[in-house]
Design a protein around this ligand. Structure first.
Ligand SMILES: Cc1ncc(COP(=O)(O)O)c(C=O)c1O
Ligand SMILES: [Zn+2]
Length: 418
């Protein structure tokens, strides 16, 4: 294994390190792997014998040494959504549920586990990030557990759940007056001036590779099989491209049978630069200047990997959709009420986009589909603030009166089977 880096545009190779753009053409850098060597030793059986974490695919993650941070991250459930299948009239629907990712309840634990393990390899003592919320939570938690000092920069208008879910770990947390793109620009300047391992800036090439584990797990959990369609949320656009890359790597290594997989993306209507590009059939992404959506975790107006995400989706024959705030709320509630999965607004976007694409006929009802749920609903409670429950005294007559006055009844038989 090697952590040599390669320009994704001109192909120039450079030694591994905390760098992220090609000095020749300013293209982004990616990690180089020796697939021939990996193919010789990596088998399904070897993977299955390892502990149920993302590190069971360690040959395909960019570390030179065993991981030191986030060693228990990964292997979240892939759930067959049978009640939704019945309700929506579809044949095979799966939910990959990173709402229950350990330890901070979003898929960002995967990228942070890789980035901070690499930060340690490279000798950083201080780490940080620019974040729309979930990354802040995960960097703060992992930095605390690994003994790094952390500087975390967020837009000033994030949800309280995301702010408390960061500050509780004791990092240097800084709210920036502006949108995520302002925060990101500032972080690029900080990385140029201070010795900080900023996970999604100067460690981005390594960090982004962590998202591949989301895809590796889907394939293994489907019984070493690739699905027909995948729906993913898009912010910077990295995740969807890394799921595609993960499937390609498994096929290249002979761990799954190669087959075409169609990728679809979702963004909130008030910040949908990649969706707009995809729906116009172009890979040129025009930045959104003033994002406005309840899906704040996805509110990146100028997405770093937007071009690659649009190419990934268009190249696979997929599409994209941008649910508005009401559709996001409705999707969160439907997923909760049918499958018992409570996702944050980003998951409402993904599941809402899935429903829109199903209605448009872009996802066939007979296909095997995986919907990517990447964050937890407890972090964005305001999005679905519900009416308070009725309050009664602890007496049976009050309960019976309530039962009589409501349309509810106590079911005596199971009305639905799974
Ligand atoms: C819950 C959640 N899902 C998805 C994403 C999108 O990830 P990417 O930036 O890789 O497109 C984010 C990004 O912050 C997120 O917080
Ligand atoms: Zn280059």
């Amino acid at each position: 294994m090697t952590t040599e880096l390669e320009c994704r545009e001109c192909g120039k190779r450079v030694p591994g390190g905390a760098r992220y753009v090609c000095e020749d053409c300013f293209g982004p850098l990616g990690v180089v792997y020796d697939y021939e060597a990996i193919a010789k030793r990596l088998t399904r059986e070897a993977i299955e014998r390892r502990p149920p974490t993302m590190w069971r695919y360690r040959e395909l993650l960019p570390l030179d040494e065993p991981p030191t941070v986030g060693t228990a991250v990964g292997m979240t459930p892939l759930v067959r959504a049978r009640r939704l299948e019945k309700l929506l009239g579809v044949r095979e629907l799966w939910i990959k549920n990173d709402a229950v990712s350990f330890p901070t309840l979003s898929f960002k634990d995967r990228v942070v586990a890789v980035a901070l393990s690499k930060a340690r390899e490279l000798g950083f003592e201080t780490v940080g990030c620019a974040s729309t919320g979930n990354l802040a939570n995960s960097v703060a938690a992992h930095a605390a557990a690994a003994g790094f000092s952390a500087w975390i920069l967020i837009p000033e208008d994030l949800e309280p759940g995301k702010v408390v879910g960061t500050s509780v770990y004791g990092p240097h947390l800084v709210a920036v007056r502006g949108a995520y793109d302002d925060v990101n620009r500032l972080c690029a300047e900080i990385a140029g001036r201070h010795p900080i391992g900023l996970v999604n800036v100067n460690l981005r090439a390594y960090y982004a590779e962590g998202s591949k584990s989301f895809g590796f797990e889907i394939a293994e959990q489907l019984g070493w099989r690739l699905p027909d369609h995948v729906v993913a949320p898009m912010a910077s656009g990295s995740l969807v491209t890394k799921i595609e890359k993960s499937f390609g790597e498994l096929a290249k290594l002979g761990l799954v049978e190669e087959r075409p997989v169609v990728f679809h993306g979702g963004q909130g209507e008030g910040c949908a630069p990649i969706v707009d590009a995809i729906r116009a059939g172009r890979d040129l992404v025009r930045p959104v200047r003033q994002p406005h959506t309840i899906a704040k975790s996805l509110a990146i107006g100028n997405p770093a990997d937007g071009y690659y995400a649009a190419r990934c989706v268009l190249g696979s024959g997929g599409s994209a959709a941008a649910p508005d705030d009401e559709a996001i709320r409705a999707a969160i509630l439907l997923l909760a009420e049918t499958e018992g999965i409570f996702t944050e607004t980003a998951g409402g976007v993904t599941f809402g986009a899935y429903r829109m694409l199903l209605d448009e006929g872009r996802i066939p009802r007979e296909a095997c589909v995986v919907v990517s749920i990447t964050g937890n609903g407890l972090k964005t409670l305001d999005a679905v603030a519900a009416a308070p429950p009725p309050v009664i005294a602890p007496r049976i007559d009050e309960f019976d009166r309530l039962l009589g006055s409501s349309r509810a009844s106590i079911e005596t038989t199971r009305t639905e089977t799974t």
